[in-house]
Design a protein around this ligand. Structure first.
Ligand SMILES: [Zn+2]
Length: 363
């Protein structure tokens, strides 16, 4: 019996919650095409025929679970918009007739992925779900997200399963997961570590000085990266993350994985290839094996280029399977002109200095 990797899938993610019109606006990047391209590639590679891969289905949940993370008013609002068949929330989240059902299914998908790991049904898991969740907050849709899939999953574990153990969330989507950060900002048992593009045009959040509050002080850690960060420099944050994870000693690690730092992504401005996602997963997996018996669950967030997205998903799965992985030939581009090493080391040293009262970090 080898290891088991659970992958949460559902056909509805490939067909429902359609953008209002097929034009290349911000809305239309978050479309069923994302999941169609992932599933086509997974099937072409025969991933689901692999004896170490187990297909999982989203857990079906009711409104009482959604209410752990969202207000009744907000849930009713999404319901009303879905029933009317259309709507725009804020300036960047569309709603169609299926949106409530699919956003709920995405929460159920994240819960299934995480519960399967906790219960030992699988060693690690990956929830291939949409819409993404890490920007959503109690009363607000934001940044293509409707419900906060990860925050809702953790609150479900805490409230409905009395799982009070320590949980670490590592978020490497291109954008700062402001929604997740806010849910757990003063929670000493939920550590949030975000690596994101240093792009403060929109959110004005995600600075290194946002360290949490009250009992959660030192347990919200932001590692912003400059635009044009390449594979060469991406993993510098591991020098901070590794000792913190070892010291925090969580019982479960959840990774909010977005692939929008890929060089081809329409929304992100970084220059990664799938190599970074493979290397990151390899390192995080080894850490989870050292710390918490490999209890590690990946939850899909962003990633919008339809060619890069499935390749990056495959990079994560190959790393989880301890298999070799090679970047795709379309990624064979020389980015050596973009050197951000000094900037990133400065960020790293400043962050280390801010964290010295909370964690012992040496590198
Ligand atoms: Zn993103």
């Amino acid at each position: 019996m080898g290891k088991k990797i659970g992958i949460v899938v559902d056909d509805d993610f490939s067909s429902q919650h359609q953008p209002p019109y097929p034009r290349p606006t911000f809305f239309s990047y978050e479309s069923p095409l994302r999941m169609i391209s992932i599933m086509n590639y997974m099937n072409k590679l025969g991933i689901f025929n692999n004896e170490n891969i187990i297909k999982l289905s989203p857990k079906s949940i009711d409104d009482s679970t959604l209410k752990l993370a969202h207000s009744q008013y907000y849930i009713d609002l999404i319901k009303r918009f879905s029933e009317s068949g259309h709507g725009i929330l804020g300036d960047d989240v569309f709603i169609d007739k299926d949106s409530l059902a699919l956003a709920k299914k995405a929460v159920g998908g994240a819960i299934e992925a995480i519960e399967s790991v906790i219960d030992g049904k699988v060693n690690q898991s990956f929830a291939l779900i949409r819409p993404p969740g890490h920007h959503a907050s109690k009363d607000n849709a934001s940044g293509l997200c409707i419900f906060n899939n990860i925050a809702n999953s953790i609150l479900y574990l805490r409230e409905k399963r009395q799982f009070y153990k320590k949980i670490a969330i590592i978020d490497i989507d291109d954008h700062f997961g402001d929604g997740i950060s806010r849910y757990f900002y003063n929670d000493p048992n939920t550590l949030y570590f975000s690596v994101h593009e240093y792009d403060f045009l929109d959110g004005d959040l995600g600075y290194i000085t946002e360290l949490g509050e009250g009992n959660g002080l030192g347990r919200n850690i932001n590692f912003p990266l400059p635009i044009n960060t390449t594979d060469e420099d991406f993993l510098e944050f591991m020098d901070i993350l590794t000792p913190i994870l070892i010291n925090f000693n969580p019982d479960l690690i959840i990774c909010a994985i977005g692939f929008d730092m890929h060089f081809s992504d329409q929304i992100g401005n970084c220059l990664l290839t799938s190599k970074s996602y493979y290397q990151f997963t390899t390192q995080l997996l080894a850490l989870s094996e050292q710390i918490c018996e490999g209890k590690l669950s990946f939850i899909l967030e962003g990633g919008y280029n339809l060619i890069a997205l499935p390749i990056c998903v495959n990079a994560v799965i190959r790393a989880l399977l301890y298999e070799k992985f090679y970047t795709h030939r379309f990624e064979d581009i020389d980015f050596s002109n973009f050197n951000n090493k000094q900037k990133i080391i400065r960020i790293k040293n400043n962050l280390k200095n801010l964290l010295k009262d909370f964690w012992l970090i040496e590198y």
